[in-house]
Design a protein. Structure first.
Length: 257
């Protein structure tokens, strides 16, 4: 019978740097950098994984599974900017152009949202042997050094390891213990969204049309996730099974009043 108690503990240390510019002369931006470390006794990455996602592995030794949180991001950068081209009526350049020309070259702006973070920590699944908590899957321990990072393995597939034989660097957990907490880290994440917009003044005060072209993952970066990390599947060990969505574009026409 499972038992639920509030025995978890967590600690978070961070340094945050921010650089901001309020909108002025057609430009605004926001840059944020966080260097941090989150430590707890059990957690689940961001959205969680049901009621057992943050369960204690070893009820006889709560601290045995103490380590980096599943959502720990050592380096996290988020930035955004908006730049309105200084061309057209009321702008620095071509201020006196005719109205028909201003409808062509004036009212353009570009904006972006950018995000980067280092890889999240993760565990390695063992062979369901020696479970410290039989409600949870057993976890492997690392028994030999192994090089990690985003690599191409011997099968020509993106992987955490250069060879699926890296599974030999891990073994079943010791009977009565918790296994290794966060022995490896997943691939980093990078994404850039871009928007190009053109505004058209209408003859009525305070009204305009805006055309927008938006690109999500504009540079088509491949962000891998969900690697095969179970000792029971050595032939695919470390290989990523999924990738985030490719570039997506959408267009919109908006009436503002």
């Amino acid at each position: 019978m499972p038992t639920w108690m509030s025995v978890g503990r967590a600690v978070y240390h961070a340094l945050t740097l921010s650089l901001r510019r309020n909108y002025s002369n057609g430009l605004s931006f926001d840059f944020n950098y966080t260097w941090s470390h989150s430590i707890d006794l059990g957690s689940a990455a961001e959205s969680g994984s049901c009621k057992q996602g943050a369960a204690i592995q070893n009820i006889y030794n709560f601290n045995e599974f103490r380590g980096s949180s599943d959502f720990d991001m050592r380096h996290n950068i988020s930035a955004d900017f908006l730049f309105e081209l200084p061309v057209g009526k009321g702008k620095t350049f071509a201020n006196n152009i005719p109205g028909w020309a201003d409808q062509i070259i004036g009212g353009w702006q570009i904006s972006s949202v950018i995000r980067y973070r280092t890889g999240l920590p993760t565990t390695v699944g063992a062979n369901l042997a020696y479970n410290a908590n039989y409600w949870l899957n057993s976890l492997a321990i690392q028994v030999a050094p192994v090089k990690t990072g985003l690599q191409i393995d011997q099968n020509g597939l993106p992987s955490i390891f250069a060879n699926t034989g890296a599974s030999s660097a891990f073994a079943d957990e010791i009977p009565g213990h918790s296994g290794a907490r966060a022995p490896i880290r997943l691939a980093p994440f990078f994404d850039t969204d871009l928007t190009l917009a053109k505004s058209f003044r209408l003859p009525w005060e305070g009204q305009r049309l805006q055309f927008r072209a938006e690109a999500f993952n504009a540079f088509n970066n491949v962000n891998f996730y969900n690697p095969s990390l179970a000792l029971s599947t050595p032939l695919t060990f470390g290989e990523y099974q999924n990738a985030s969505d490719p570039r997506t574009m959408q267009f919109a026409l908006r009436y503002e009043f």
